[in-house]
Design a protein around this ligand. Structure first.
Ligand SMILES: *Cc1c(COP(=O)(O)O)cnc(C)c1O
Length: 339
């Protein structure tokens, strides 16, 4: 185990020993290469740089109390990367190749997996981009797949804290038939203005509305939104949001806890009826939402009058974390133990 101040790890990039790379050329994927460099050599005309042919994934490896390393639903990440690759016309990374790279990069960097007590984890970032040169707008004929890892602290050090969100009415992240359903960098670039404006206003993040009618809740910054009322977990149905694996898992957990679940359009005014709300994704698992401000009508929706996260939100959160770290049995078939 590396000698880090594990308890105070930031949620940021820390250099590890190795990363894995693989190139697609002449219609096929080559062999995995192990690199100890943090840099890539990239063609000046690569489509990943010019035309946004790029997609990524994010998942975590967790060290359990029992000393075993667990991966959470990695196959869903592999499949989602295939979908994203197809979404911007890149060569897809087969599930087997994804698995090989993933397992190898974790094994090579195992001393960077934070110990159980730290509440930290090893964040894994697979990346795929067009590395072949083109000047006209068309898909590259060469692609690079790489996977790096970095140990990350818990998103909320010192416990989960509710955050405030700003509804965004002047920027769209993704259009209904655009690329919002893919995990591509372009969506992040499109959201940057809104996220910075929200941060400057003192909010943790921005809530995007559907781009067409500006009536329904869409994404919550780089995370999915959910609201809870009457023992029901409600999350948006939309053609422009990324299908969060955390969200899919929370839906299953909610059902197993006897809650009802709904995936449907959520009109902005409905926010007034939720007793709890949150944003979910791999990074923070759940960010409970304290308040949402809508500058369209100066409404403030308050989900957290007591100042602490809602009980159902915390129940879902605790259950998911317990499965990820192996403190509770995984009855869903989500965990892969790395031997
Ligand atoms: C990655 C991501 C999420 C969260 O997905 P998880 O699979 O739960 O990590 C949500 N929204 C967007 C836009 C994302 O890129």
């Amino acid at each position: 185990m590396e000698n880090f101040d594990w308890k105070n790890l930031p949620f940021g990039y820390i250099k590890t020993d190795y990363n894995i790379r693989c190139k697609y050329k002449d219609g096929k994927w080559g062999k995995l290469e192990v690199s100890s460099s943090e840099f890539i050599d990239i063609h000046i005309a690569a489509t990943g740089l010019h035309y946004g042919q790029e997609a990524f994934e994010g998942l975590k490896a967790y060290m359990g109390k029992d000393g075993k390393v667990r991966l959470f639903r990695w196959e869903d990440n592999a499949r989602r990367l295939i979908s994203s690759a197809d979404g911007v016309k890149m060569a897809a990374v087969p599930v087997e190749l994804f698995k090989e790279a993933l397992f190898k990069v974790i094994e090579l960097n195992k001393k960077f997996i934070p110990p159980y007590e730290s509440g930290a984890s090893l964040y894994i970032r697979p990346l795929l981009y067009g590395s072949g040169p083109e000047v006209g707008v068309k898909p590259a004929s060469e692609y690079t797949f790489l996977v790096f890892v970095t140990p990350v602290g818990p998103y909320f050090r010192g416990g989960v804290k509710p955050v405030n969100m700003l509804i965004c009415r002047d920027v769209d992240r993704a259009a209904p038939m655009g690329t919002g359903i893919y995990k591509v960098g372009g969506n992040y670039a499109a959201s940057m203005r809104a996220i910075i404006a929200a941060r400057e206003g003192g909010y943790a993040n921005t809530i995007f509305l559907d781009a067409k009618e500006k009536k329904y809740i869409d994404e919550c910054g780089p995370a999915n939104f959910f609201g809870i009322k009457d023992n029901t977990y409600v999350t948006p149905k939309s053609e422009s949001i990324l299908n969060s694996i955390t969200n899919m898992s929370l839906i299953e957990i909610a059902k197993s806890l006897g809650m009802k679940t709904e995936r449907r359009r959520i009109p902005v005014e409905e926010l007034a009826t939720f007793t709890e709300a949150g944003a979910c994704g791999t990074a923070a698992v759940i960010s409970p939402i304290a308040k949402i401000f809508d500058p369209g009508n100066n409404m403030v929706y308050d989900f957290c009058k007591s100042g602490s996260p809602g009980t159902l939100t915390m129940k879902l959160y605790d259950k998911l974390i317990a499965i990820q770290y192996g403190n509770e049995p995984d009855t869903f078939g989500w965990i892969t133990i790395l031997e």
